[in-house]
Design a protein around this ligand. Structure first.
Ligand code: B12
Ligand code: SF4
Length: 506
C-alpha cells in the first residue's frame, strides 16, 4: 500500500522560537514501512497545502494518516481530510496522536465520513494492523481504533520503545528544523511517559502514568545516526532515573558521539539528580527547559506540581552553577490583573533565564478539563494553543492580551533585543554563512507573531467546528477515567504517594 503521513501546520508559538521534526509520526512511519508499505511523510510545518495536494496527485496514496497532537490543528486536519476524500474518494483517511486520542468520537462526527478511523494512543503497533484491516469490518475491533461503526478495546502499549527508530530519512528539508540557536536541530526520544500527575497536563493521562525507557544502546545508536549537530530530547521529564542517563552517556562516549543537546525536566529532578545533568553538560548539554509554572505556593498546589517555590528557585541556582542556559515557563491565569502581570515582569527581568508565558488552558484529557469551574469562553479549537485565553478573563480581553504581549515583549527584549543581538550577531552570521537562517529570522519575527490585535482578532473569526464542552460530572474524575493507555499495574488513585515517582514499568 502507498501511505502518506502528514503533520499539520505550526501553531503560533512555534512560528517564532522553534520548528521541530515530527518524531512521533516518524516512528509510526518506521513501523508502517517495516510492515512492507511504501511510505511518504509530509510536514506542513515546512510545506504548504498546495504541496500536500500535489503529493496527493503525484504519489496517489491508498491511505493518508494525519497527526493530531495539537488541539489547535483540529480544523485544519478536518478540512484536509474532507478535501482528500473529495479528490480521492477511495483513499483510506485516518488520524492519530495525542489530542486526537482524547476526542476521537467528536472528531469522527465533525469529519462526517471524511475520516475512516481514529487511532487512540501510540501508533507504532496498531497502524500496520489498521492498514491491513482498512475497508473491513474488523477495523472497529482493533485496540485503540475508533470508527464511525464502533470502537475497539482500549489501546495496547508498545512493549519496547526501541522497536521502531524514527524514520528521519523520510522528512524533507531537514535544515528547517531548529530551536533557538540550535539551528539545525533534530529530535530524539530517550524515555516515554511521565509518573507525575499535574492537574493541567495530559502527558500522564495519555500514557496511563507509565514510564518507559529506551535501552542505553538503542538510544545511543539512534543519536549516533543523527546527522544534525544539535538534538532536542522530547522526553517529558529528562533523567528521572539518573542511572539511565549515565548509561546512555557512556554509550555515547564509546561511540564518540558529540552533539549539543536541549532537554526538558522538572526542578526537583534537577535538584535530586544534579550529577547526571553535570555529566551531560560535559557531553554537550547546554540548554534546558524547566517547567516552573508558578512563582507562588498556592498556584503550584493548584497545578499539583508537587514542588515548592523554594525548590524551583534552588533548581535555577543549580542550573546557573552548572552553566546551563535555561528557559522556564510561567502559566498566566486569565484571572490575572495588571498587578499580577507586573509581578511576573519584574521577576522575569531580575533573573537571567529565558521566561516563557503560556495561558492556562483546560485541555480534554486533563483533570482541569473536568474540574475547572469557569465556563469556557470559546469552543474554537484554534484558540486552544496556550497562547490564547479560552477562559473568561478578569481584564477585558483586549486589555488581557495587551498585558500578556507587553510582558512577553519585555522578556523578549531581554534576550532578543539590540543589546542581546550584538552578543549573538557573530553566531547568527556564522549560521547564515552555512545557509542556516532559522535563528536569524526568529530574531525579528516577534512583533508580527505576538501582537495584541492579532490575538484578539483570532477570537472574532467564524467558527466552523465547535468543541464538545466537558460533560458536567458529579465527582472529580479519577486517573482511570482520564487514561488513554490503561496501565497493567496499579497506579494512581488516592492511595499512591506521587511524591516519589513510580519506578519504570519495564
Ligand atoms: C516534543 C513536544 C513538543 C515539540 C513538538 C515537536 C513536533 N514537531 O511535534 C515542541 C517543543 C515544538 C512542542 C510545542 C508545543 N507543544 Co508540545 N509537546 C511535546 C511533548 C513533550 C512530546 C511529544 C513527542 O514528540 N513525543 C514523542 C512521540 C514519539 O510521541 P507522539 O508525538 O505523541 O506520537 C505518538 C502518538 O501520539 C501517536 N501518533 C502521533 N501522530 C500520529 C499520527 C497517526 C496517523 C497515528 C496513527 C498515530 C500518531 O503515535 C506516536 C508514536 O507512538 C508532548 C507531551 C507528550 N508526552 O506527548 C507535548 C504536547 C503534545 N505539547 C503540548 C503543547 C500545548 C504544545 C504547544 C501548543 C505549546 C507549548 N508551550 O508547548 C506548542 C505548539 C506546537 C506546534 N504544533 O506548533 C501539549 C498538547 C496539548 C494539546 N492537547 O493540544 C502536550 C501534550 C504537552 C502537555 N503536557 O500539555 N511540543
Ligand atoms: S511533570 Fe510535566 S509532563 Fe509530568 S504531569 Fe507534570 S507537567 Fe506533565
Amino acid at each position: 500500500m502507498k501511505v502518506l503521513l502528514v503533520h499539520p501546520s505550526p501553531l503560533m508559538y512555534s512560528e517564532i522560537f522553534l520548528r521541530l521534526e515530527p518524531i512521533g509520526l516518524e516512528r509510526v512511519a518506521s513501523a508502517v514501512r517495516a510492515a512492507g508499505h511504501e511510505v511518504r511523510l509530509l510536514d506542513l510545518q515546512i510545506f504548504g497545502h498546495a504541496d500536500y495536494y500535489r503529493e496527493l496527485t503525484d504519489f496517489a496514496p491508498h491511505a493518508v494518516g494525519f497527526s493530531l497532537n495539537y488541539l489547535a490543528n483540529v480544523p485544519e486536519v478536518l478540512d484536509l481530510a474532507k478535501e482528500t476524500k473529495r479528490r480521492r474518494p477511495g483513499c483510506f483517511v485516518f488520524a492519530g496522536g495525542h489530542s486526537g486520542s482524547f476526542i476521537a468520537e467528536e472528531l469522527l462526527e465533525h469529519a462526517a465520513g471524511a475520516l475512516d478511523a481514529l487511532v487512540r494512543g501510540e501508533g507504532e503497533a496498531i497502524t500496520p494492523r489498521l492498514l491491513e484491516a482498512a475497508g473491513d469490518p474488523r477495523l472497529a475491533t482493533l485496540p485503540g481504533v475508533v470508527t464511525p461503526d464502533g470502537a475497539g478495546p482500549a489501546p495496547t502499549m508498545l512493549d519496547d520503545i526501541d522497536r521502531f527508530p524514527p524514520a528521519r530519512d523520510l522528512t524533507r528539508r531537514r535544515h528547517k528544523y531548529f530551536i533557538g540557536v540550535l539551528d539545525p536541530c533534530a529530535s530524539a526520544e530517550l524515555t516515554r511517559g511521565c509518573p507525575w500527575d499535574c492537574s493541567f497536563c495530559s502527558a500522564w493521562t495519555f500514557y496511563g502514568r507509565s514510564y518507559r525507557k529506551a535501552s542505553p544502546e538503542a538510544a545511543a545508536e539512534d543519536l549516533a545516526r543523527i546527522a544534525e549537530p544539535n538534538v532536542f530530547i522530547v522526553d517529558d521529564v529528562a533523567f528521572i532515573h539518573p542511572e539511565h542517563g549515565f548509561a546512555i552517556g557512556h554509550e555515547l562516549e564509546k561511540r564518540k558521539v558529540r552533539k549539543q543537546y536541549y532537554l526538558e525536566t522538572r526542578c526537583d529532578v534537577l535538584l535530586r539528580n544534579r550529577e547526571v545533568f553535570e555529566y551531560w553538560r560535559r557531553l554537550g548539554l547546554h540548554y534546558m527547559f524547566l517547567g516552573l509554572e508558578a512563582l507562588d505556593e498556592d498556584a503550584l498546589r493548584l497545578h499539583r506540581k508537587r514542588v515548592t517555590p523554594g525548590d524551583n528557585f534552588k533548581a535555577l541556582e543549580v542550573a546557573r552553577e552548572l552553566g546551563f542556559t535555561v528557559a522556564v515557563n510561567i502559566i498566566a491565569d486569565p484571572d490575572w490583573d495588571e498587578r499580577r502581570f507586573a509581578i511576573v515582569r519584574e521577576w522575569a527581568l531580575s533573573v537571567p533565564e529565558i521566561v516563557h508565558l503560556t495561558v492556562a488552558t483546560p485541555y480534554p484529557g486533563t483533570e482541569i478539563w473536568h474540574t475547572e469551574a469557569r465556563r469556557l469562553a470559546t469552543l474554537d479549537y484554534r484558540l486552544f494553543d496556550v497562547q490564547h485565553a479560552v477562559l473568561p478573563t478578569r481584564l477585558p480581553l483586549q486589555r488581557f492580551y495587551e498585558e500578556l504581549v507587553a510582558t512577553q515583549a519585555v522578556i523578549n527584549r531581554k534576550h532578543l533585543g539590540l543589546t542581546a543581538l550584538r552578543e549573538v550577531a557573530g553566531l547568527a552570521a556564522r549560521l547564515a554563512l552555512r545557509g542556516q537562517t532559522n535563528f536569524l529570522r526568529m530574531l525579528w519575527k516577534f512583533g508580527s507573531v505576538y501582537n495584541r490585535d492579532r490575538q484578539y482578532a483570532d477570537h472574532l473569526r467564524p467558527v466552523t467546528y465547535q468543541m464538545r464542552p466537558p460533560a458536567a460530572v458529579a465527582t472529580t474524575p479519577g486517573p482511570r477515567d482520564l487514561f488513554v493507555h490503561r496501565p497493567t499495574m496499579n497506579v494512581g488513585g488516592p492511595k499512591m504517594s506521587p511524591h516519589i515517582p513510580r519506578r519504570s514499568s519495564r
